[in-house]
Design a protein around this ligand. Sequence first.
Ligand code: ADP
Ligand code: MG
Length: 327
Amino acid sequence: MPGEFDLIAKYFTRPAPDAVLGVGDDCALIAPTPGMELAISTDMLIAGRHFMPSDGPGTIGHKAMAVNLSDLAAMGARPRFALLSIALPEADEKFLQGFAGGFFGLAQKYGVNVIGGDTTRGGLLTLSVTVIGEVPPGRALRRDAARPGDDIWVSGTLGDAAAALAHHQGRLRLETAQAVQCFPRLFVPTPRIELGLALRGLAHAAIDVSDGFAADLGHILERSNVGAEVWFEQLPLSDALAPLVNEPAAQDCILAGGDDYELVFTASTDKRDQIATLATQLDLRLTRVGQITPLSPGERGGGEGLRLLNRGEPMTLARAGFDHFQS
Ligand code: ADP
Ligand code: MG
């Protein structure tokens, strides 16, 4: 049975050329790029809650890195470093091999150096990843920066990951071809790093869709103290979900389903041409889905300030998104 230090050496120690000192000492040492602000975020994934223990180890590794990189993308930060803490029920080397492949594969793609972490035995497979990125001072895409009159934009398509989960749980019926399209969105999400970087100076506020479009847009509204009008029929859907758009279960995936890791951002209306050009450059759909509005007197931001219309008719939401303590 390999010990803790054998596991660290074998699976978690990789060259960290951008760090002063990587894995192996009490602390890692990094020298931030002079003049840059550090963007730091951490996200935890727990077996049975964020993934199934039966999911492929490589996809679990990919997702652990992807959800963290997505937070950097949503701030317009360039990913630099990551730390990985892992609690394992047992030293399962087959799992670790696959996990490390997915985790470091995505890290490498974005030039992220893994510089440390912690490895321990624990009852439930638990992963905690911390990422460190850089952003020029004052250029981060903050949730509190939306302004009345801004357009609201969404990248990619909404609801596919949630549709895959709903299909798996028997709440929504997908044809085989539709399922084949949706499952990768759930298991191997793509963090929108290039988009986040390109939106510096172009967008006002941004957030990544992890808990559901309505809930995550609601965070922008609350923090920015504004309202919004969103046009349901404009929301970008994949070929898989478009035919199901009138089904309540599909609408729930689109509006309140988590795990899309697309970016929702706001920008002033004079940026429309630049954003359209950006969509072409990145080969990524960027769709204008609504508008930021001022709050009426007495109205609060957040979910309350969100007016959802479907072809001009008000639409009500059964739920806005996922909440770990209310779901
Ligand atoms: P300490 O006892 O000082 O906390 P550890 O023995 O826990 O140090 O870890 C030894 C080294 O291995 C440290 O540099 C730590 O950051 C690194 N490390 C431990 N677990 C991981 C992991 N899962 N991924 C990356 N680095 C790790
Ligand atoms: Mg330790």
